[in-house]
Design a protein around this ligand. Structure first.
Ligand code: AOF
Ligand code: ZN
Length: 377
């Protein structure tokens, strides 16, 4: 279909305002909508937070607030309007009641419970409907939602921080932060965008991290669930991730473990046994992703340590990698054992190199997977 410059411009605005929901609407996708009358945007809306209005309904409410009639307007919306009663009533009906007569859609909704029906409904009700404007851009913007609808699994981002020689830890020093404040902010933004953070138990034992979003506003978002890969259940009972009020999940393999009762009795802690084909290999990572997919987790991050990172990479389960190389130099270095070649072997390519407050950062992603947005995280 040939699109006019004006149409492209309107959909670009819709995509831009959809970004305002980033980190706030999971497991829903980012969606934006503008209402156009006489060649001008007269109202706009976006999906702002989970349980909040859908983009179309917010745009209609925006018009009402400004005293503008929605009669005869055209809606440009980045996702096919829903036609189901979910957390909100159907957007299709809202568009109808508002007297909107044309709808331009960027991307069909791949969610099986709403798929196709929205556009069908609108056509049946006499709307002029056009689809596919800036479809690829919309697909990138909601890629974790799209990926989840198709595969029922989360996308996995590996984050690694190293010293100037590629070591991830200094065995001579107590654990401390060594990345720049800008890098730390970026990591917290990334955490806010993730449903879960995965770490190996060794990292819990050595660093006792809290793995929460603290440096930036959480807004309507929720803290990511901390997931500990802990084959034989040795997470210390006084770990920070157990002591605070946020959620932690501990995944172990079959066996009799002393502290299982103490761990399971914590309100914020869930202990799950995953069968492992080979007990020496630790928790089966494919099963981990399947479990998280069942819970509608769409975006997760692997934050360490070295063994966990290597196992995820070896299994070909890394979709993106963020490698932060600092100026620090460790005296007793613990090397990571992951070089560029290993990433390339697993079909990852460098998307971009950036500077985060003096740290040199490589952003990698699977060959056909676009980076979620220009300035992400
Ligand atoms: C729209 N406009 O702005 C969004 C849509 O649980 P609910 O009721 O919020 O519905 C969530 C589903 O609706 C979500 O999985 C996706 O298929 C669609 N999202 N639809 O018409 C919107 N966010
Ligand atoms: Zn809707």
């Amino acid at each position: 279909m040939a699109w006019s410059e004006a149409e492209v411009g309107f959909m670009r605005v819709a995509l831009q305002i959809a970004e305002r929901g980033r980190g706030q609407v999971r497991p829903n996708p980012l969606v934006g909508c503008v209402l156009v009358k006489d060649g001008e945007v007269v109202a706009q809306g976006w999906h702002d937070h989970l349980g909040g209005l859908h983009a179309e309904q917010m745009a209609i409410a925006d018009a009402e607030k400004r005293g503008i009639s929605t009669n005869g307007t055209t809606a440009y919306v980045t996702l096919e309007p829903c036609n189901h009663h979910g957390r909100t009533p159907p957007c299709t009906e809202a568009l109808l009641w508002a007297g909107i007569t044309s709808v331009v859609v960027a991307h069909a909704d791949p969610n099986p419970t709403v798929r196709g029906n929205g556009i069908e409904y609108l056509r049946r009700e006499g709307f002029a409907v056009k689809c596919g404007l800036l479809k690829d851009e919309a697909a990138v913007q909601m890629q974790s939602f799209m990926n989840w609808c198709e595969h029922r699994r989360p996308l996995v981002t590996l984050k690694i921080a190293t010293d100037r020689n590629g070591a991830i830890d200094d065995l001579a020093l107590a654990s401390k932060r060594f990345t720049s404040p800008d890098s730390l902010d970026a990591v917290h933004r990334l955490r806010r965008d993730c449903d879960a953070i995965i770490i190996g138990v060794e990292t819990i034992v050595r660093d006792n991290p809290s793995l929460t979003v603290r440096r930036i506003e959480l807004g309507h978002g929720s803290q990511p669930v901390r997931i500990i890969l802990d084959r034989v259940l040795r997470t210390p009972l006084d770990s920070t991730v157990l002591a605070d009020e946020h959620q932690t999940m501990i995944l172990h393999t079959e066996g009799e473990y002393e502290n299982i009762t103490a761990l399971s009795s914590r309100e914020n802690v869930e202990v799950v046994c995953l069968k492992s084909a080979d007990s020496h290999n630790g928790v089966d990572l494919n099963r981990v992703l399947a479990l998280l997919g069942d819970r509608e987790f769409q975006e997760i991050m692997v934050e360490g340590g070295a063994e966990t990172a290597r196992r995820f990479l070896a299994a070909g389960l890394i979709d993106r990698a963020i490698i932060i190389r600092t100026e620090a130099e460790f005296t007793t270095p613990l090397t990571l054992g992951i070089e560029s070649d290993h990433l390339i072997d697993k079909d990852l390519v460098i998307y971009r190199e950036v500077d985060w407050g003096g740290d040199r950062v490589q952003l990698w992603s699977k060959e056909k997977l676009e980076w979620p947005c220009q300035n992400w995280p």
